[in-house]
Design a protein around this ligand. Structure first.
Ligand code: UDP
Ligand code: LCN
Length: 806
């Protein structure tokens, strides 16, 4: 990258750089982010004669394109450059155009200085550096392979099995020996004592199995196999057992990564799974749309069903039903005594559509009952998590009658509790971020002290760092969640290095090239959400009832607004009323566009209608803002706002009713980590317009099966929708084409079957990896525990003290 800076300096573009720097200084801002830099550069280029060249093809334009941040101080300009995904460099450009490279530590100091929080004389701040712990483990080289951790790990492990034969084959042998279920030994018994013996016995078993027809049930040759030292778990027919043992034979002789993956994936080692999701309202009815309660709950409930089904299949295929093994999946959440009409005060609730899937609710300890008896915002939950984990552990051991085989955390709080439980019980640990708060709020780390009262980011970011480093593997929904796009940084990437002024400097927060990252997108519940065209599966009475609710029903407790012309094309959106979801931005865009109002009605399903009914500060302010926009742009007669909590079945039918009327779905979030509503609307067949900031960028292919919108540019947003409507008016089939392609996109890429299959296979491979690399992880886990005790706990205690006074 210095080459690019030198190219600018060695050409006559040097003068342009000087002028551009002068222009930047005039903005009075000391800290400029990419958007502002690009806008200022555009303004500058427009004033130049050689605009076309300078803006599009010059060295300077390339340099500006790669620049993420510019920090100005009195004698220099610091450029933070991202020459490629997941890589950051910083350079200082002095007035005389000398270029110096800036180290991470210097950059963090500089940022602190900018907010007057740099105190070198006081010895600086604590530095958090996880890099040394990753020096032990293999890393991916090419950024495009980030997120394909397991494929990389398999290649790495099979080469180890090949080259460090003795040690690794012993490890594999010992690992196979480990598995048992409620006192039953699985796979290999004590009759086989060494790896060499295993190799011989495998060959004898293969000869034995050759005598049986392929479909012979396991029971018929169970005792003969046991004589050779093989216990249940290899297959339910002669053919399956033969295949498994042949793979093992191949791994012993000439290991191959695909065989290793297939072999480990079908080993029965997971029967009991714990999913952790403490915050919000975790229930099956009447909770969606409440503050903090949205896609994560939908995701987990669907995941439980998928996992149980997959585990059951695995148990049958590996012949373990002879032992009467039944899988169990538990979602651990908090019990909320004042449950506001939900089931969140019930200790145990069976999950619909499962045989043995449960929600287990454990209450927070009392502390101040005025708080702990009620819902607590996810931003305030931190003081209660450690004791919650301790109490939950006892209940889990009883419910599972042993420890789980896999723990999956969800969101920061669930990931932290998952870490505490996995550490205490020594279980494979996976985390799912859903949405990392850090990238949602601009400068959330630099100005954390100003935001602390409301958001407590010091606790949240510390917990994120601990959990993401402690996890054996990380499941992300998209590639961009990890490392962004060529021109925007990823959610995990934003943890690579950052300052929390006066608290700590993160010099290296996470290794993005680690094989622990795996992209496994969620699916959508196909029984609830399906194309509007499948009329035979739809109930006419539901359809009519929901049409009434959406467009005409007059009931001030549920709906606000009476449409002048209910037959106009509906623009539909549904989301929780938090600031980032930006439903108010969509209303404003609609309010500013007379043309949109002429062609369409705006239909919103959003939280509540009355701010008095809410205790969440963002929800309250969004409700007030929405009323204000409706008045300001006089949207009466053009908008319907429903403050309802739909039962599951209705929420599917709602999208289809919009489809019947050739409506569209708009997702205007300022940032959306993934966006399940986008999958729901697309599978229902609605042309979908979604924010270009976050996950939707990967779900939708622009203008092919949906459209990108920029929620910060309301005029452009309205134009994109209007252009679509104009095309539909011109060619009514255009709507159908986009609708059909949306449906296909979801069915071919986003199903729970693909997801759960992948997740279980990852869990098994990482369990093996965890087993073989355990000693190397101990120092990392100790370092994380230190952060928990020295940083997290004192801050959580201080927050608790505040809560005690309320
Ligand atoms: N949802 C709902 N009612 C509402 C708002 C949302 O049923 O009033 C559901 C929606 O159908 C989707 C989920 O909540 O299944 C929201 O998930 P998404 O990933 O879009 O956003 P999140 O709320 O998790 O940020
Ligand atoms: C949380 C979010 O904010 C959404 O973007 C996701 O779709 C949801 O969780 C499920 O992962």
């Amino acid at each position: 990258m210095t080459d690019l800076i030198q190219d600018v300096l060695n050409s006559d573009e040097k003068k342009n750089l000087r002028q551009f720097a002068t222009l930047l200084r005039q903005s009075e801002k000391k800290y400029l982010l990419r958007n502002e830099i690009l806008n200022t550069f555009h303004d500058y280029c427009k004033q130049q004669e050689n605009y076309e060249h300078l803006y599009h093809n010059s060295y300077l334009s390339k340099l500006v394109y790669f620049t993420q941040e510019i920090i100005l101080d009195s004698e220099s300009l610091c450029l933070v450059i991202r020459p490629q995904i997941a890589t950051q460099q910083a350079y200082r450009l002095l007035d005389d155009f000398t270029v110096e490279s800036v180290s991470i530590q210097e950059l963090l100091d500089l940022r602190d200085r900018l907010v007057n929080r740099h105190h070198p004389q006081e010895g600086g701040v604590l530095k958090i550096d996880f890099q040394p712990f990753y020096d032990y483990s293999p890393v991916i080289r090419d950024p495009k392979n980030i997120g394909k951790g397991v494929a990389f790990l398999n290649r790495y492990l099979s080469s180890k099995l090949f080259y460090d034969r003795r040690q690794w084959q012993d490890a594999l042998f010992n690992f196979l020996h480990l598995h048992h279920y409620k006192g039953h030994q699985l796979l290999i018994s004590d009759r086989i004592q060494t790896q060499q013996q295993l190799s011989n016995c495998v060959k004898q078993a293969l000869t034995l199995l050759a005598n049986y027809p392929a479909d012979t049930p396991y029971e018929n040759f169970r005792w003969e196999l046991q004589n050779l030292g093989f216990e249940p778990g290899w297959g339910n027919t002669a053919d399956r057992v033969h295949q498994s043992l042949e793979m093992l034979d191949q791994l012993i002789d000439s290991p191959d990564n695909q065989v290793l993956e297939a072999f480990l994936s079908q080993i029965p080692m997971i029967f009991r799974i714990l999913l952790v999701s403490p915050h919000g309202w975790f229930g099956q009815e009447g909770v969606l749309g409440r503050p903090d309660t949205g896609g994560q709950v939908v995701y987990i409930l669907d995941q439980v069903k998928g996992l149980e089904k997959q585990l059951q299949e695995n148990i049958e295929q590996t012949g373990l039903d002879v032992l009467g093994i039944q899988p169990k999946v538990i979602v651990l959440t908090r019990l909320i005594p004042n449950s506001e009409g939900t089931t969140c005060n019930q200790r145990l609730e069976k999950i619909y559509g499962t045989n043995n899937g449960w929600i287990l609710r454990v209450p927070f300890r009392d502390f101040n009952p005025k708080l702990t008896q009620n819902w607590i915002s996810r931003f305030e939950i931190w003081p209660y998590l450690e004791t919650f984990a301790i109490d939950a552990q006892k209940e889990l051991l009883a419910e599972f009658q042993g420890k789980p085989d896999l723990i999956v955390g969800n969101y920061t709080d669930g990931n932290l509790v998952a870490f505490l439980l996995a550490r205490r019980m020594n279980v494979t640990h996976c985390i799912i971020a859903h949405a990392l708060e850090k990238s949602k709020y601009l400068f959330s780390n630099l100005y954390w002290q100003d935001l602390e009262d409301k958001y407590h980011f010091s606790l949240q970011f510390t917990a994120d760092l601990m959990a993401m480093n402690a996890a054996n593997f990380i499941v992300s929904s998209t590639y961009q969640e990890i490392v962004g796009t060529p021109d925007s940084i990823g959610q995990y990437e934003s943890y690579q290095s950052f300052t929390m002024p006066d608290l700590y400097h993160v010099v290296s927060g996470i290794e993005l090239f680690s094989p622990k990252f795996n992209i496994v997108p969620p699916g959508v519940n196909e029984d609830v959400y399906f194309p509007y065209t499948r009329t035979e599966e739809r109930k006419l009475s539901d359809r009519q009832r929901l049409e009434d609710l959406l467009f005409t029903l007059e009931d001030p407790t549920q709906a606000f607004g009476k449409l002048q012309d209910p037959n106009k094309r509906p623009i539909f959106s549904m989301a929780r009323l938090d600031r980032i979801k930006n439903l108010t931005g969509l209303a404003e865009c609609f309010g500013k566009s007379k043309e949109l109002q002429e062609h369409c009605n705006l239909i919103l399903i959003a939280g509540k209608l009355r701010s008095e009914d809410s205790t969440d500060h963002e929800e309250i302010s969004e409700i007030e803002k929405l009323y204000h926009i409706i008045d300001q742009y006089n949207l009466h007669g053009k908008i319907r706002w429903l403050g309802v909590r739909l039962p599951k079945g209705d929420s599917g039918e709602i999208y289809r009713v919009i489809g019947d009327r050739r409506g569209i779905f708009v997702q205007p979030a300022l940032f959306e980590a993934f966006g399940l509503t986008i999958l729901e609307s697309m599978i229902s067949g609605l042309p979908t317009f979604a924010t270009r900031f976050g996950g939707p960028l990967e779900i939708i292919q622009d203008k092919v099966n949906g459209f990108y919108i920029n929620p910060t540019d309301q005029t452009e947003m309205a134009d994109i929708i209007l252009e679509f409507i104009a095309k539909c008016n011109h060619d009514p089939n255009y709507w159908n084409e986009i609708s059909q392609r949306s449906i296909e996109r979801v069915y071919s890429n986003y199903t729970w079957k693909i997801h759960t299959n992948r997740l279980l296979s990852l869990a098994k491979i990482y369990s093996f990896w965890n087993y073989t690399s355990q000693e190397q992880r101990e120092d990392l886990l100790r370092y994380i525990e230190l952060q928990f005790h020295m940083i997290y706990k004192p801050r959580a205690k201080a927050l608790l003290d505040k809560h005690m006074q309320q």
